[in-house]
Design a binder for this molecule. Structure first.
Ligand code: GAR
Length: 187
């Protein structure tokens, strides 16, 4: 059975969707979630992980954040590290320690928009569609090789909240599909 670690910073709705798919959906029998990591002690997603019985680990402000994180990740030895709303850039030493083993979901086409607030960007630009992107994490900001993209139809959306709702609905399905595909490629 493959082992995955999920990294979050906040709400954790993607984490919940993945955990549901591991328990009862397309990821059942594919992997176990070893742990959920957060860089924020008050991330709402931590409680959600605990409700699924998933161990959690937090490293918040410390001078040696990257050192402790690398050490902890190595101790888990995961097949795949899944960023799900993890809002901190991973340093080169962590990216290099897990080549092609860290993936991220981004609420926009990473070729068009990088960093925070992908839905706000789509709303302000009045886009008719946006592309949820799942990509490998490299040393840059949302610059890693694209694994897959899925279009979200934004026509007729009357608020940022509506755009986010439509986008998250797609994220929640699409991320698990990509995770399944990547896990199947790992021996
Ligand atoms: C998601 O929309 C995810 O795509 C985005 O943060 C949100 C996390 O929501 N990630 C990024 O913007 C990364 N650049 P969640 O905590 O409910 O899963």
């Amino acid at each position: 059975m493959k082992k995955i670690v999920i990294m979050i910073s906040g709400r954790g709705s993607n984490l919940v969707a993945i955990a549901e798919n591991v328990n009862n959906g397309i990821l059942q029998g594919e992997c176990i979630i070893q742990a959920v990591f957060s860089n924020k002690r008050n991330a709402a997603g931590l409680q959600k992980a605990e409700q699924f019985g998933i161990p959690t680990h937090v490293i918040s402000k410390t001078g040696n954040y990257n050192f402790h994180l690398l050490d902890w990740l190595r101790s888990k030895n995961p097949d795949l590290i899944i960023l799900a709303g993890y809002m901190k850039i991973l340093p080169a030493e962590i990216v290099r320690a897990f080549p092609q083993k860290i993936i991220n979901i981004h609420p926009a086409d990473t070729k068009e928009h990088q960093g925070l607030n992908g839905y706000k960007w789509a709303w302000e630009k009045k886009l008719a569609e946006t592309k949820i992107t799942v990509h490998f994490v490299d040393e840059g900001l949302d610059s890693g090789k694209i694994i897959g993209q899925r279009v979200v139809d934004l026509r007729g959306a009357e608020s940022l909240a509506e755009i986010e709702k439509r986008g998250l609905q797609v994220e929640h399905e699409f991320y698990s599909e990509c995770i399944k595909m990547i896990l199947e490629r790992i021996d």
